[in-house]
Design a protein around this ligand. Structure first.
Ligand code: ADP
Ligand code: ZN
Length: 369
């Protein structure tokens, strides 16, 4: 039997456990009941995930003496809109909630962000349990309390910090995840190695391919390791005033690529992150901060598992830089990058010379994809 791994997110009165392992969905009822919620909980999910896992979630809650009602939304980033959010909170209020009601977010990052934000604002804040079912959500978005929706001015511009009460990352649910979504989430896994854990990156070079195919033990190990890294960073800087910004490694580039492509389905967030990681290291190499061999190792590993490492064709450097200037992470008009002195040695810099940035982008854009 594969044991369940537990990581604590140490946030004082708001601390909570993240359980990682296969079959946790069937423990949802017992785990939620232990939080002593009001008897009725509300599950929020999307159509794809509901088809696969909602009945099991409901059965588990019922077996623990809880009744549940569920709200099922259309899948996809399009649901992170004010319109869908409005419908979601009105529907939940219609069903009748009280302070002790818990929301259960059953799904990927989209559902986690939406339901988490609903929990943050309903009755000025009720409890939320995250049950992430994508690799991206398990290793990143379900842990740390960032919630929110998109505005027509940009992604995630409307939101709140609202920590969950509990996270159940059932790694067995990843078995039904489309391969492309699994790979996209893997880019965020690699990110943790690159930030501050060179040994983990080396482990991924050995075990990443197994974690992405049928290696259940490797997959659990990878998810647990990422959750531990995220928990540590979040506990040290809950509201991103310092070190939490390291989690944006690769993301200044990724967000610019996604925005330039108008968030088309041709480039998933995690795919943009893979390209962004390569670009962040290419820039670090160009600035003489990082050994070229490290950049090469990263590119090789990402390409080997099947992630893109060069930007899609047809993008203009000037447009990408313009997008970076519009990013919400810009402070005082200065671009902020996460750079690295090597694998596992990331740091934050707001002193990147414009010509080096331009040259790094030109080089990447010149490579045929
Ligand atoms: P992310 O977690 O990457 O932010 P989404 O929440 O949009 O992304 O989920 C990506 C897609 O995968 C959506 O279409 C969603 O319905 C689907 N999905 C989520 N979890 C699973 C799963 N365990 N099995 C199959 N499909 C899933
Ligand atoms: Zn990301």
């Amino acid at each position: 039997m594969i044991p369940i791994r537990t990581v604590e997110v140490a946030l004082g009165a708001r601390r909570y456990p993240v359980h990682v392992g296969p079959g946790l969905l069937d423990r949802l009822g017992a785990e939620v009941a232990a939080l002593k919620p009001a008897r009725r909980v509300v599950i929020v999910s999307d159509e794809n995930v509901a088809k696969l896992y909602l009945a099991r979630a409901e059965a588990s809650l019922k077996a623990a003496g809880l009744t549940s009602t569920s709200v099922v939304l259309p899948p996809g980033e399009g649901s992170k809109s004010l319109a869908t959010f409005g419908r979601l909170v009105e529907t939940i209020l219609e069903r009748g909630i009280e302070r002790g009601t818990l929301l259960v977010a059953l799904g990927g990052g989209v559902i986690g962000d939406l339901a988490g934000f609903a929990a943050a604002v309903l009755l000025r804040g009720i409890g939320c349990v995250q049950v992430p079912t994508t690799l991206l959500a398990q290793v990143d978005s379900a842990v740390g309390g960032k919630t929110g929706i998109d505005s027509r001015h940009g992604k995630n511009l409307i939101g709140a910090f609202h920590q969950p009460r509990l996270v159940l990352a059932d790694t067995a649910t990843l078995e039904t995840l489309p391969r492309r979504e699994l790979l996209a989430g893997y880019a965020e896994v690699v990110k943790y190695g690159l930030i501050d854990d060179a040994a983990f990156f080396a482990w991924l070079e050995e075990n990443g391919p197994a974690a992405l195919s049928d290696g259940e033990a490797a997959r659990i190990q990878a998810v647990a390791q990422c959750v531990a890294a995220k928990a540590r960073i979040v506990a040290g800087d809950e509201r991103e005033q310092g070190a939490r910004a390291l989690l944006n490694l690769g993301h200044t580039f990724a967000h610019a690529l996604e925005a330039e492509l108008e968030f088309a389905a041709s480039l998933l967030h995690g795919e943009a992150v893979a390209i962004g990681l390569v670009l962040a290291f290419a820039l670090s190499v160009r600035l003489g901060l990082c050994p070229p061999a490290d950049g090469e190792r990263i590119r090789r590993h990402l390409a080997r598992v099947g992630l893109p490492v060069t930007p899609p064709p047809g993008l203009a450097r000037t447009k990408l830089i313009e997008r970076m200037r519009l990013d919400k992470k810009v402070a005082d008009g200065k671009l902020r990058f996460v750079l690295a002195r090597g694998i596992g040695q990331a740091f934050i810099s707001d002193a990147v010379p414009a010509d080096a940035l331009a040259a790094a982008l030109d080089e990447a854009l010149a490579v045929p994809a």
